[in-house]
Design a protein around this ligand. Structure first.
Ligand code: ADP
Ligand code: MG
Length: 368
């Protein structure tokens, strides 16, 4: 249900991007505009789209000498995506894979040994937690699963949509301390010292995956544009003479469609968190999927936050974090981080951005 909702808008927006000649969006992936002829340097543009992972549309556009080279590199990239999709899946078991679902079922009884990618993701989140960035808390599964349950039910039966009772959310919020997630680097295990805690890594999983796949693509086919739903990774500049890839920042008003802005980038990731993809409606009010750990309710300070930097897991983490923080606090965080640019879209439609965004955003560039 959730998927269909997202996919329909993705395709809708992709058409708009294709018309305007862009190549990807930071909130929904664009479908590649076919190239009419090979580039003078002998490289051609290829693309592949996949709907089978991360509950979203995944698009890869890249320049390669021929179809066979593209297919080899794309196969390797999509195999990794599939592997990470299974590993980060919190809803299904896959044979004897110690994936997120398995961890949530077993880690309160005994330390669970986990594959390196999941261990690295959790360790990275620990570092952020230790540094005091706690608005994005992947140990918040107990609260997020309640919202997930009510949202899913509300989307399936809109007439009966209900809000989760506050008592239920408050009771769950006693079990969201990420300090209770114990990682052992030597044994590569995870253990929950609170039996009612569960993990929800939705805020960073696609970012981690984008980084991991970008690493492979840099080895095989460095001029690429990878889009995993709201996470875009742009590799080396396109080999058709353009200096950059164009990444659209979607207009949060999806009924208006179109882009709010276009970022010209290469060797950077662009990630957007928005309130307009996953939501349900109760008594005419929209309740989306990014939950403020303080209020235990969807945060209403922003409608979208777009992060541009070199690490997609950081961008994904920050897009959720700065979505929850008030603008002034988020701005301080952004300004304290080297190489991180941010664009906020506020509920009144106004746009704020870090100073360096003017080097990328078409609406902010000085006419030259
Ligand atoms: P999207 O999944 O649409 O790309 P985000 O990257 O912002 O958006 O992640 C949102 C997801 O993260 C939610 O679906 C939920 O699983 C989880 N989440 C929501 N709020 C928080 C939070 N405060 N801390 C950690 N995870 C969260
Ligand atoms: Mg995120």
């Amino acid at each position: 249900m959730k998927f269909i909702h997202k996919a329909v808008f993705s395709l809708l927006f992709a058409v708009i991007l294709a018309c305007s000649g862009c190549t990807a969006s930071a909130q929904s992936p664009g479908i590649a505009v076919p190239t009419a002829s090979p580039s003078p340097n002998g490289f051609q543009r290829f693309n592949r789209t996949d709907l089978s992972a991360f509950d979203t549309v995944i698009t890869l556009v890249a320049f390669a000498p021929d179809q066979a080279s593209f297919d080899r590199a794309a196969d390797r990239a999509f195999e990794k995506i599939q592997l990470l999709d299974h590993l980060f899946d919190g809803y299904s078991a896959y044979d004897d894979l110690h994936n997120l679902y398995y961890v949530n079922q077993h880690a309160a009884q005994t330390p669970v040994q986990i594959p390196e990618d999941l261990f690295r993701l959790l360790s990275w989140c620990k570092e952020q937690w230790a540094a005091g960035h706690r608005e994005t808390n992947v140990g918040m599964g107990a609260v997020l699963s309640i919202w997930h349950e009510y949202r899913t039910a509300g989307m399936q039966h809109p007439d009966e949509a209900k809000l989760p009772p506050m008592e239920e959310l408050t009771a769950a919020s006693k079990h969201i301390n990420f300090d209770d997630v114990v990682l052992d680097a030597e044994k590569q295990t995870v253990f929950f010292s609170d039996p009612d805690l569960t993990l929800d890594i939705g805020a960073v999983a696609k970012g981690y995956a984008a980084d991991a796949v970008a690493e492979l693509l840099y080895e095989d086919m460095p001029s690429f544009l990878l889009s995993l739903g709201g996470n875009v990774y742009a590799g080396n500049a396109p080999l058709d003479g353009r200096a950059n890839w164009a990444v659209g920042v979607q207009n949060p008003d999806v009924t208006q469609s179109g882009t709010k802005d276009i970022l010209d980038v290469h060797d950077k990731t662009v990630v957007t968190s928005g309130d307009y993809w996953r939501y349900y409606t109760v008594d005419g009010e929209r309740y989306h999927h990014i939950i403020d750990p303080e209020t235990l309710f969807p945060s209403r300070k922003m409608v979208s936050v777009t992060i541009l930097c070199e690490s997609s897991i950081l961008a994904d983490f920050l897009s959720t974090t700065l979505f929850v923080l008030p603008y002034e606090e988020g701005r301080q965080v952004a300004d304290s981080l080297e190489g991180v640019e941010v664009m906020w879209i506020l509920p009144d439609g106004s746009v704020r951005a870090t100073d360096g965004m003017k080097d990328y955003a078409r609406s902010m560039k000085n006419p030259s």
